[in-house]
Ligand binder design. Sequence first.
Ligand SMILES: Cc1cc2nc3c(=O)[nH]c(=O)nc-3n(C[C@H](O)[C@H](O)[C@H](O)COP(=O)(O)OP(=O)(O)OC[C@H]3O[C@@H](n4cnc5c(N)ncnc54)[C@H](O)[C@@H]3O)c2cc1C
Length: 461
Amino acid sequence: MTDSSELFVYDCDGFTVARARPAAVLFPVSTDEIVKIVRVLNDADIQIVPRGSGTGLTGGCVAYDNGVVISTVKMSKILSIDIENRVAHVQAGVRNTSLSDAVAQVPGGAAFHFAPDPSSQRASTIGGNAATNAGGIHVLKDFVTSSHVLGMEMVMPDGSIVNLGARNGAYEAPFDLPGLFCGSEGTLGIITSIWVRLIPKPTSFRTIVGLFASRDDACDTVSEVIARGHLPSAMEMMDGQMVKLVNDTFKLGFPPETDGLILCEIDGIEDLLDAQMLDIVAIFNAHHAMGVKTSSSPEERAKLWKARKASFGAIGKISPSYCTQDACVPRSMLRQVLKHVAQIGDKYGLTINNIFHAGDGNVHPIFLYDDRDPAQVDNVMAAAEEVLMYCIDVGGTLTGEHGVGVEKIKLMPYLFDSDTIRQFQRIKESLDPHERINAGKLIPSDRVKIELSSPGRHVPQ
Ligand SMILES: Cc1cc2nc3c(=O)[nH]c(=O)nc-3n(C[C@H](O)[C@H](O)[C@H](O)COP(=O)(O)OP(=O)(O)OC[C@H]3O[C@@H](n4cnc5c(N)ncnc54)[C@H](O)[C@@H]3O)c2cc1C
């Protein structure tokens, strides 16, 4: 694809503040085609930019410096599903939910699934999930994508093909190379196919919804549930502003004084769940929950998760644009972090709502603004940077699940000392000495100049 009107679509990903027009977009269908493309681009010293579905939220697949995008979306074959060994082999462009849908169709497969569940899972590719080490609502118990990747085939920046890891999980090697490539955000090579783990689908659930008049109490509840040894499959939280919005939109009947809501799910062996649920309810009550509702009904569960997933759409009712930040903090700091985020909002004159993966401390402050006004975009970017720095200051990380891309690269030296950054650069240099693939993303580099200036919409999860 070289027509400029078509290339326009590939200017950005979900973080639309980062924009650059690629020189071309290529849609290979096989590993061999990728090898040929990489060699041609190498000879011409042209930047190679891997891309899946472009749902990333950090500008990771944006082609700066006249780069060429290699999109994997046409590499969407499920190569094998082996229920006996609970393994599947897929091309990198297979969409996340397509795999579980296909697994459910094979004999004996209905009981298994590919667990990583980013909210973008209907669109995002498994290659993109591995490259960003994607999280999701249920990774609290099931862990992030890297825990489900057994092996991968990659085309390296020099055009060589390598096979890392194993097809069946029985693998012992000097380095955990699939672990290194998961989360490398397309800076070390192009993932062409992946062997993934299939795990049993949970069959019994309890859903617990707690309403709190104090956001602080809700935060402390989250921390205590985990500290007491429970491992819910998901534990999400909304602050009062978000509850009001969701309530108004979906008519859920929450009392207007609600300042914090926890949506907690446990799963496991049916006979043990009620006792665990009662223990969690007792923790909610000990932290002054105004009301706690429990359910084992699949319909009720589906309704609550639908409202959770649709909650971001509801923001469109109150703001023309919004931008979600993403960091992880120690759960015990959630109360302080939300308070400080609100103070930053006051300082910058911004409304910030919070709906987030509380169980794993993955905060997602949502900044409301109008992307048609460049001054507001700059204001949001400055506030977002301050939020991230505070999260790092309290012992947190720069990213919870969205990755670094170009959005957060400026803060890499804030989190990591120069010796550590140098080690990251050495890994990059050893695999991509001429910085031909996705330079300027994730790992600070002088090779490609990145500018974040255009106003635009940032679609959160
Ligand atoms: C509505 C919405 C909800 C979201 N929810 C979540 C969530 O719950 N959890 C979460 O973690 N993220 C979430 N995201 C972010 C995003 O969906 C994930 O990062 C996802 O893994 C990106 O997959 P993709 O196929 O769209 O990759 P892209 O956006 O195309 O690329 C992402 C990065 O991976 C690299 N890459 C892509 N494919 C390959 C490949 N084959 N080989 C090497 N590198 C590659 C790219 O260069 C880029 O750096 C959400 C995004 C949206 C828009």
